[in-house]
Design a protein around this ligand. Sequence first.
Ligand SMILES: [Zn+2]
Length: 247
Amino acid sequence: MGEPVRCARSYKGWQCKNVHVPVFVKGQWTKNCDECRAKCRRHSKSETAQKTRAEYVKSESYKAKNAKAVSKYQSTTSGKLLAKNRNAQEHYVQYRKQYAKSPRGKAARKKHDALPMSRLATAVRIMLKRSNLNSTKVLKKTEFKSNADMRSYLESTWEPWMNWKNHGKLTKGQESQTTWQIGHRIPIAAYDQENEEDVLKCWKKCNIFAQDAKENIQLGCKLPPIDTLMSLRAIWPEKWGDSVPKA
Ligand SMILES: [Zn+2]
């Protein structure tokens, strides 16, 4: 049990004189006495209070504060788990499919595909499909000198189970060590996908390796360990400046 403290409810120089022992309610310690808390509860149900609240919720300051709180929650373990479970629900899967087919979804896809980063990724993918194909874009924007050079570089980063037959797309339900893809040590999402400098950095040899497709998906946009990051100092995204962003 805590020590009794003076009730914190105040208004223009006046402060409630009651003393109360704080109790832990809804994740925090109470600051006001029972009497004041009852008064607040009654007030919050009143028409005036509901009107004030409705206006506050629409305000820019509330929106900014809320967006910050939401993104903070989404970065926690429980927040991530909630999103994962929600996204796996059938109606969410359906919603995403519908969105992809909608005019807005199609427009978003088109916008994404037009980004310099996506266009280079597509060119690399096409080049990898056929061993005799050389994309001018890829040869110009990456360190690869030819299709064969790109292949032998990727092969040099292979794990024992990887080969040219198991490169490609991961299908639903597939396990680890079944398919590999091109992985980026500093993930694409960390870069500005419209910035040409960032695109070049992201596709430098030192940032690319053959990666277990399952691991690629699981890691998402997570940054590599700090020692890897430090060794990649030369290809840090432009917006980082001189320091790695805090998680
Ligand atoms: Zn009070």
